[in-house]
Design a protein around this ligand. Structure first.
Ligand SMILES: Cc1cc2nc3c(=O)[nH]c(=O)nc-3n(C[C@H](O)[C@H](O)[C@H](O)COP(=O)(O)OP(=O)(O)OC[C@H]3O[C@@H](n4cnc5c(N)ncnc54)[C@H](O)[C@@H]3O)c2cc1C
Length: 430
């Protein structure tokens, strides 16, 4: 009899783990609280268009996503596109993200431009991140750019993502993000980003089907409620619906803020370690419009009128009939604005889109949807590895991870896939 593996969560990490495990010969059951696969990358029906609730794009470094698409028989599903970036700065939209844009950016003097360009270039070459792990992002930016340039360019972006937690963000994480995008280029002058044909659900559905085709089972609307431990080893998982499923191995990929709730009471110290990992929330708007906002895929925003770090015009990456643009508002869950009514976000983001493109008018508004997620982005603190509990828990047979665990890489589908494969390698023979 093969060993039984229970995977908690059917996001990219859970699905990739389940798929790797059925291939190894494990008997696999996946428990997923939601009604579909994909987790943060899941789709929804946006007025007749199937699209991710939260914006998703790929970078050239997303090799694990590309390899999995190939393995699942979809070698051509990844589409690479020459994309543009902009910076809406104090009421004006500037081109951004390549050497010419930097040279023509009138808000920085020649020394500021040189320092900025050097930091961006050196970030793409850097490999050893140990010293960046010890300092926060602000210290790193200020050391490269000077206080004034940091305050004008990056402070608003950091602030409107992390608010009072901004000073707790590691430089290594920011560097890794700059590196990922900085290296996703065909040349110094051409950025290349990718999308999966049909969106992330193409991969998520294919993974789910491949799991089932190899005898695995995915139970949607089935929340894991408690892990049972016997003699120091995992024994079973109880679900919110009253099921008890026995297993020799469990891989949990649910967001770590939920982990203390599913661990047995006697593991108090371990629970505290997961509770220590902080996340910020997101209120993410998706707009459908008749008219383009701009030609850019991504526009950073630094403008005192808007508490928005940037917008993502996904239809400038993935071709679609209408303009589709995401407006994310990140913030700590404790921020009073997190509970504000949808209309506040709708009207504020509309004002922002109109400021970027003054030609937009009421007639261009087709549809808008507001989504909220409590745990959208881990706050990767300096020396974050010291905070993280080990993936293999002190409970034999139980591995636990989420997007925080591949620090200093940012949360990403490809990284979750890579990490899932590593966890399955560590399972031992079935
Ligand atoms: C706003 C936003 C933008 C993003 N943009 C990008 C991008 O452009 N490119 C990119 O690569 N990545 C992006 N990501 C990140 C990407 O979505 C994540 O890295 C990826 O989804 C992580 O997968 P995961 O399986 O590790 O976690 P999740 O996707 O969080 O999956 C966890 C799953 O566990 C389930 N669950 C929770 N509790 C329980 C329970 N008790 N029992 C059973 N199931 C449970 C959840 O319903 C969920 O399906 C973005 C994320 C957000 C929020």
């Amino acid at each position: 009899m093969p060993k039984k593996l229970l995977v908690l969560g059917a996001g990219p990490m859970g699905l990739a783990a389940a798929y790797a495990a059925v291939k190894r010969g494990y008997e696999v059951d996946v428990l997923e609280a939601g009604d579909r696969p994909g987790g943060m990358a899941a789709h929804f029906d946006f007025d007749g268009l199937s699209i991710e609730r939260f914006y998703h794009f790929c970078a050239l470094s997303d090799t694990h996503t590309v390899a999995l698409l190939q393995e699942l028989g979809m070698p051509d599903a990844m589409k690479w596109v020459a994309t543009k970036m902009g910076f809406y700065f104090d009421g004006r939209l500037y081109p951004w993200g390549d050497p010419i844009s930097l040279l023509t950016f009138s808000k920085l003097g020649p020394i500021g431009k040189l320092r900025y360009g050097l930091q961006a270039f050196m970030s793409t070459k850097k490999k050893d991140w140990r010293e960046l792990d010890k300092i926060n992002a602000e210290q790193w930016y200020v050391a490269w750019l000077g206080q004034r340039t940091y305050e004008r360019l990056w402070k608003p972006l950091m602030h409107f993502k992390f608010y009072e937690l901004a000073k707790h963000v590691s430089a290594a994480w920011v560097w890794q993000r700059i590196k990922r995008i900085g290296n996703s280029r065909k040349s110094l002058f051409e950025e290349r980003l990718g999308y999966i044909e049909g969106g992330s659900e193409t991969l998520m559905n294919a993974l789910a089907q491949a799991i089932i085709a190899r005898g695995g089972r995915i139970h949607y609307k089935t929340s894991a409620e408690k892990i049972e431990v016997k003699d120091g080893a995992v024994a079973a998982v109880r679900t919110a619906g009253g099921l008890r499923i026995e297993a020799e191995k469990v891989i949990s990929t649910i967001p770590t803020p939920y982990v203390p709730g599913i661990l047995p009471d006697e593991y108090g110290e371990l629970k505290e370690r997961y509770a220590r990992i902080r996340n910020v929330a997101v209120v993410c708007l998706i707009w459908k419009l008749k008219r383009q906002v701009s030609k850019n895929f991504w526009v950073n925003i630094s403008d005192a009128r808007f508490q928005i770090p940037g917008i993502i015009e996904i239809s400038n990456l993935r071709p679609m009939k209408d303009t589709i643009v995401y407006v994310p508002y990140y913030m700590p869950q404790t921020h009073p604005k997190f509970g504000a009514p949808d209309d506040l976000f709708i009207e504020e983001s509309w004002a922002c889109l109109k400021a970027i493109n003054p030609e937009l008018n009421e007639d261009d508004r087709l549809c808008v949807k507001v989504s909220r997620l409590r745990h959208a982005q881990p706050v990767y603190e300096p020396e974050f590895m010291k905070i993280l509990p080990p993936v293999q828990t002190p409970i034999a047979g139980l591995q636990i991870a989420d997007t925080a665990f591949y620090y200093p890489e940012d949360r990403g589908v490809s990284e979750s896939i890579r990490f899932a494969q590593l966890m399955v390698e560590d399972l031992g023979p079935p």
